[in-house]
Ligand binder design. Structure first.
Ligand SMILES: [Zn+2]
Length: 400
């Protein structure tokens, strides 16, 4: 956190990977001031984090055990959030808009619905106290949230309506062309950016080259792009490319979730490191669609700070919660049980079985096949020799 705050340069925020769990979020004021409203809108659109299917742990008060009651979500559905990581409750409105100095001083009804969270389960009345009167900090924060969402609702349609018909038509032509380019590259799994995207580069990368190709084969697109060539409205910036990719991903996931509906599903999880050695967790679901066919779909990737079972489970819960999928609907779980991850995945399996005893474990067949092939190969000296030789060839220094 300190490191983050001391940085002078603006760090690009990945809006899709903001932590859902309120106990893991950075304070809103630690983000760059130009990013805060974007982050606030994102959290407001997602709504409060309410993992209803979580197995809420008990806390002992003398001889009496108490725990968080998920029915409180119904009572305070618009702001109450629960952190699985901290076993504590938080307020979404106050997280987004409670002034920084009041959080530090602990003002606002003497509660702790921002920061460390509230976890005194025998004092439910504190939730009502937290809301307070119409002039309370909580209600002021709620009003600011509503104003922020209204501002966006009004600004976009107003901007669009202020354009004349010719402008609207041209904008549609450009937008359709760039969406077509993005769809093509995503479908083919091709990279977007080039090493040199300047106007005199021989190869400006797949996206810009494809856009030029499309314009050169369609008079309408060519006319519009030439007309806007010297303006800011080219729709070719990396930011626009990224936003359209995010929209495509959201639409695809929406379709997948609609297809799953309220059916049972299985999860297949694997972890690996990316080129910057960040640990990533990839999760896919398998389900039977309305036509009775088995469908397998990749639904997300998430950075994890460590690979212990608790962190992996929290990451899975986060992805499932994001898509309103419940752990109770899982009927199968499959992991790589052969690698150095065996211990962690074994722990993860047990944690999920704790929440849902019907989430039967099946060893990932792809990994099982790999194990089988390695075992067979090791017993045939010609094959073993071939792989050893190939490996030596591959790793042998070129200058020797
Ligand atoms: Zn509040």
């Amino acid at each position: 956190m300190e490191r983050y705050l001391k940085r002078k340069e603006r760090v690009e925020i990945d809006i899709n990977n903001l932590p859902s769990d309120p106990g893991l979020r950075l304070p809103i004021w630690s983000y760059d001031v130009n990013d805060r409203d974007k982050i606030r809108r994102c959290y407001l659109l997602k709504g409060p984090h309410q993992p209803r299917s979580h197995h809420f742990p008990q806390t002992l008060y003398g001889n009496i055990a108490r725990r968080f009651n998920p029915k409180w979500f119904d009572e305070y559905s618009d702001w109450l959030e629960y952190s699985v990581q901290k076993d504590a409750i938080f307020c979404l409105y106050c997280y987004l808009f409670k002034p920084q100095e009041q959080i530090i001083k602990g003002q606002g009804g003497g509660d702790s619905f921002v920061g460390e969270g509230f976890k005194n389960w025998k004092k439910k009345e504190k939730l009502l106290c937290h809301i307070g009167d119409h002039n309370s900090i909580h209600n002021k924060a709620r009003q600011k949230c509503e104003d922020l969402m209204k501002k966006q609702e009004h600004s976009l349609p107003a901007l669009w309506l202020s354009k004349d018909d010719k402008n609207k038509k041209e904008y549609r032509i450009m937008l359709t062309a760039v969406i077509d380019c993005v769809r093509f590259l995503l479908r083919q799994g091709l990279s977007f950016r080039g090493h040199d995207e300047s106007s005199n580069s021989d190869n400006r990368g797949n996206y810009l080259e494809l856009f030029d190709f499309l314009a050169n084969h369609n008079e309408e697109i060519k006319t519009v792009t030439s007309a806007y060539a010297s303006s800011n409205l080219k729709l070719t910036s990396p930011k626009v490319q990224k936003e359209i990719c995010i929209a495509a991903s959201a639409e695809t996931l929406r379709y997948i979730m609609k297809d799953i509906g309220s059916s049972y599903f299985s999860i297949i999880v694997d972890e690996s490191r990316d080129v910057s050695t960040k640990e990533q967790l990839a999760i896919a679901v398998r389900y039977v669609d309305k036509l009775g066919q088995v469908i397998e779909r990749f639904i997300g990737i998430k950075h994890v700070t460590s690979t212990n079972a608790v962190t992996l489970k929290a990451a899975i819960e986060d992805i499932l919660a994001k898509h309103s999928l419940r752990i109770q609907m899982i009927r199968g779980q499959g992991y790589d049980g052969a690698s150095n991850m065996r211990g962690e995945f074994h722990g993860l399996k047990a944690l999920i079985l704790n929440d849902n005893p019907q989430a039967f474990y099946v060893h990932c067949f792809a990994h099982q096949l790999q194990l089988c092939l390695v075992a067979v190969a090791k017993n045939h000296w010609q094959v073993k020799h071939l792989f050893e030789f190939t490996s030596l060839e591959f790793t042998f220094p070129r200058d020797c």
